[in-house]
Design a protein. Structure first.
Length: 416
C-alpha cells in the first residue's frame, strides 16, 4: 500500500511562483507536509506506515525538502491552512489562482472508461507520482500530472495495493483511479498452501490457481537443485514453504517454486538454522508436521523422535511408510512396514527417512529445533477426529494406548 506523493516537477503556472522562489525550509524544521492526508497526520502527531503484505513494509519517497516540489506543496498548505488571522483575505485574494491550479484542464484528460485491456502493475514502493507516471507511459491516462492532481483532491488519500490490475487504454484519471481501488480489477493468482502438503498437492493447487499446466510445475520441481535445494535432498519435497502467495500473470512455474523455496530459507534463517543443517532440520520438521495430532503436540513428538535417534532406536513412523508406498492412509500393512526397499520406511531402516515427507511450517521447524523435555519413546493418536495423542515411556503403556486406537477405529471404519 502506498500513499500518493508529490510529483517531481511543479506546474509551470503556479500563481505563487514568485513568492516561493525564495522560500527556504530551515534545517531544524520538519519538511512541509506533502499531501493533505499527511498534513492531518502531522497535526495529530501521528506517523503512518503503509503495509502491503504479511511481513513487508512499503518504502516511501524521501521526506526531506526538495526544491523541485516545494512550490506545489506550499500551495496545498495554503489551501488547507487559511483559517483566522487574515486567512479569509488571503483566500479571497488567491481563490481563483488556487482553483485554477487544482483544476484539471479538459485537454489534459481522457473521457470515459477507455477501450481494450492493459495489464498494469503496481510495485512495492510505488508512490502516487510513480503510479501516475506509469499510467501515462502505458497510455492508460493522458497526463501523469492530471492523475496526481486528482489524488490530491481525495479524502481520505488513496492507498494503492501492490499487484497487477486489468485497466484499459485512454481512461479518464477518475476511471483509472476507481479501477485501481476496485479489488475486482486485480488479477493476481492467490493460492494458500497448508502445512504438511506434499509437493504433488502443491503442484495441483498452483495449476488450479494460475491455469498453468501441472506438468510445468512437475518439470520445474525436478530441477530442484537449480532452485537452491540442498544437494543431499532426493527431491524438492520439504522446501516449498506453506503460506499464502500472490503470484502474478507472466510468472513461470519455476518463478513460483523459486519464491516458495526462498521463503523456506527465510524461515530457516530466522530460526537460526545454518545452511549446512537445512536438510536435516527440514526432514525432521516434515516428519513432526505429519505425525503430530495438533500443534500443541509438536514439541512432544519431536522429543520422542529425538530420544529414539539418540539411542539408535528405529523411528517406526507409519507416515514415512505411507509416503514411500505412494499413499497417505493412516494405517499401513505388515508387508509395507517390512519392506526395506522403501527407503522412507523407518520401521525397516534406521534413522530419519532419506528425505522430507511433506512441507513443514514454522511451528514444526521450531519443534525440530526445540523439543520438549521428557522421557517418552512412544506416542499414538487415539482419536483421529480430535487428534488426541497418548505419549508413553514404556512399551506396555504404549500397547495399552494402541488398544484405544484400535477400538476407535472399530467405531470409525471410514478412517482406515
Amino acid at each position: 500500500m502506498t500513499d500518493p506523493q508529490p510529483p517531481d516537477k511543479a506546474p509551470e503556472n503556479n500563481p505563487f511562483a514568485e513568492f516561493l522562489r525564495d522560500e527556504v525550509v530551515p534545517s531544524d524544521v520538519a519538511p512541509a507536509p506533502q499531501t493533505r492526508a499527511e498534513l492531518r497526520r502531522r497535526e495529530a502527531g501521528a506517523h503512518h506506515v503503509a503495509d502491503h503484505s504479511a511481513d513487508n513494509s512499503a518504502p516511501h519517497e524521501p521526506r526531506g525538502p526538495r526544491r523541485s516540489w516545494l512550490r506545489p506543496v506550499i500551495v496545498t498548505v495554503v489551501v488547507l491552512g487559511l483559517v483566522g488571522g487574515g486567512g479569509a483575505f488571503a483566500y479571497n485574494a488567491f481563490a481563483t489562482q488556487i482553483t485554477n491550479f487544482l483544476a484539471v484542464p479538459a485537454a489534459e484528460d481522457f473521457t470515459g472508461s477507455g477501450t481494450g485491456t492493459v495489464q498494469f502493475r503496481i510495485e512495492d514502493g510505488d508512490v502516487g507520482s510513480t503510479v501516475g507516471d506509469k499510467l501515462a507511459a502505458a497510455g492508460i491516462v493522458k497526463s501523469s500530472q492530471t492523475f496526481y492532481k486528482l489524488l490530491l483532491t481525495q479524502s481520505p488519500a488513496p492507498v494503492f495495493q501492490v499487484g497487477t490490475y486489468t485497466l484499459a487504454s485512454g481512461m479518464s484519471a477518475q476511471a483509472a483511479l476507481s479501477a485501481l481501488e476496485n479489488p475486482a480489477s486485480r488479477v493476481d493468482y492467490k493460492v494458500t498452501i497448508p502445512e504438511g502438503n506434499s509437493a504433488s498437492d502443491i503442484y495441483t493447487a498452483l495449476a488450479k490457481a494460475t491455469g498453468l499446466p501441472i506438468t510445468d510445475f512437475e518439470a520445474a520441481g525436478k530441477n530442484y537443485a537449480a532452485l537452491g535445494v540442498p544437494a543431499e535432498a532426493p527431491s524438492i519435497e520439504g522446501f516449498l514453504f506453506p503460506a499464502t502467495y500472490d503470484f502474478q500473470p507472466g510468472q513461470t512455474a519455476t518463478d513460483m517454486l523459486q519464491t516458495m523455496v526462498s521463503r523456506m530459507f527465510q524461515s530457516l534463517d530466522a530460526a537460526g538454522v545454518a545452511p549446512a543443517d537445512r536438510f536435516h532440520v527440514v526432514t525432521l520438521a516434515a516428519l513432526i508436521q505429519k505425525e503430530a495430532g495438533s500443534a500443541a503436540d509438536m514439541l512432544k513428538v519431536s522429543r520422542v523422535f529425538t530420544n529414539r535417534l539418540n539411542i539408535g532406536m528405529n523411528l517406526e513412523s507409519d507416515a514415512t511408510v505411507a509416503y514411500g508406498a505412494g499413499h497417505s492412509r493412516v494405517a499401513t500393512t505388515n508387508a509395507e512396514r517390512q519392506d526395506a526397499s522403501n527407503k522412507y520406511n523407518t520401521y525397516a531402516n534406521p534413522g530419519l527417512p532419506i528425505g522430507p515427507i511433506g512441507n513443514p511450517g514454522d511451528a514444526a521447524i521450531n519443534a525440530a529445533l526445540h523439543p520438549a523435555d521428557g522421557p517418552w519413546l512412544f506416542f499414538v493418536t487415539i482419536n483421529l477426529e480430535t487428534g488426541e495423542t497418548v505419549f508413553s515411556e514404556t512399551i506396555a503403556e504404549h500397547e495399552a494406548a494402541v488398544l484405544l486406537l484400535q477400538k476407535w477405529w472399530a467405531d470409525h471404519p471410514e478412517y482406515q
